[in-house]
Design a protein around this ligand. Sequence first.
Ligand code: FES
Length: 628
Amino acid sequence: MKLVKKIHKWASVLVGIQLFLWLLSGIYFNVMDHTKASGSTYRSQIHENMVIDHTRLVEPKTVLGNFDPSIVIKIINILDQPYYLLSHVKALYPYFVNRYTLVDAYTGQKALVDESFVKQLASKSYKGPGEISSVTLITGFIEDFPKQKNPTWQVNFSDEIYTSVYIEQGSGRIVGHSDDEKRLADFFFMLHFMDYAQEGSFNNWPIIIFAFITLWLCISGLVWTVDLGLRGQYQIKYFAKQRGVKLFDKHQKSMGAVSLSTHTNLLDGLIEHDIALPSTCGGGGTCGRCKVMITPAAQSTSADHVHFSDKELQQGYRLACQHFCNDVDHMTLIDVTEAKKHTLELTQSRFVSPHIKELRFKIIGEASLYFKAGAFMRFFIPAAKGVSIPLRLPEELKPHWQHVEQLTFEHNACSRSYSFAQPSTTTDELVFTVKIQTAPNNTVLPGVGSSYLCNLALGQTVEVIGPFEAFFAKKDSNKTMVMLGAGSGMAPLKAIIEDQMAIMAKNSIAPRKNIHFFYGARTESDLLYADEFYQLAQQNEHFHYYPILSQTNDKWQGATGYVQDILLLNFDNFASDISGTNTTDEPSGELGNVEFYLCGPQGLMDETMELLKAKGVDESAISFDEFS
Ligand code: FES
């Protein structure tokens, strides 16, 4: 198969180059001046009325008497005089090899098409400004007329386009005119008809070989497509096969065997058997959490190279979301979660800001589910039609969507992860805050998952798997918590804050810790749950709320700018915050009493991480939620 692919690729390069040449030469043929391209720029139309003085004509049989009587004789007119043209060898076309004798019809003498004769002929056929500059008899290949196989005179004229008139030596026939315009057209004809050997025909070897290469391209493409289909690279169930794979835990203890479909990746295939590997990117190959070790080791992908060392790759470490089971016999699961598949029914859907919706779901057929604050669910988004502007948009929010172009788009099935916006609990009602992602430009689709979920009607269901726990408050820590987020990064931060406040309320004797919450939004209307946080800050001296806007009006009294900048301005407050008690071996000193929790757009997270590192914060004191 490797060889098939290699030849297919190189064949497609060749075909691609020729397709480009066809396109280029095709455009030229459309725009070219056809008269000029035929070499007729300075060609004069000769209208000769042959006036024959029959009294002077030598009888044809007298002429033929000197030659083989089987030859063909016809009378022609050259320079207003009749000649007998005797064809000793007459081929199908005049440019094929022929053999002629030209005889003066008045004298019966053999006429020679010599230099002075062709000069007269060429001058009569030419109407340009040039003079005859040279005359040459060509007996071999004629570049301007590659098909012409008979000895031919080339008469060159001294004009600006280098006109040449070609006259056949045997018959006095004007073969044609050529000039720079025709030579350019010939060059494009050569490219178009692949006449690289200059045979003057499209029935040439390069084009025959090219036809076979194209045939090969089709066949190898078909073989490759079928092979990819069988390997599950296409979402075509028809091609899918089941394959048994033996599973082992990280201690190499057997977990039995499962049958996986070749048309789903290992991550999704395992979910069918209620085995959920950790994942925060939903199978995008970016979080690096779905680690497995497979035997035999499949060819590594670029995503594998990002997350594994060369040694690990050699040992067979791979990302389960990037591979299919086609060649896998054994698979070691490095980490398995307790996550399970569920079906959720939408019970409430409301805007909590112009671009963010709070969605409430009920678990169907299950009593309840336990999850930790900060946990998330992976939603399976089916292939569907999406819209760029949410359906059922309340009238008062329409101005916020005015700048968005109304579009409908189709998307494939995919999965997306969303955090619970609830504290640790056991419940059958799940709450999420989902930001409806708009497209940054016309070349990109708006958020597929957010559009799908936020446009669900009440009562509609969606498949999920979870919960997954990757972002949570450190257990039994009394350190100051600095939470920083923006947009839908609110969900896990809100969940952790509510959780911590509840723990502190319950455990009134334990030392209290401070929580500082920095939340960035564009405008005041984007500050979701602001009233709740203001109230919490008023009621609890340990909770500090810092709403920050990037676009403000005169009424706004709070902080303006970027969240990370406001964090920096307040940094000394945390450094001197000694309300926490450091009871571990972690970095000591004032910063050792502070933990940072980040969740928001990637740019915000990256800049904040840089800032914290520059401030000397140890990496172990920073937790972040990757996917929000
Ligand atoms: S799920 Fe595989 S890398 Fe994230």
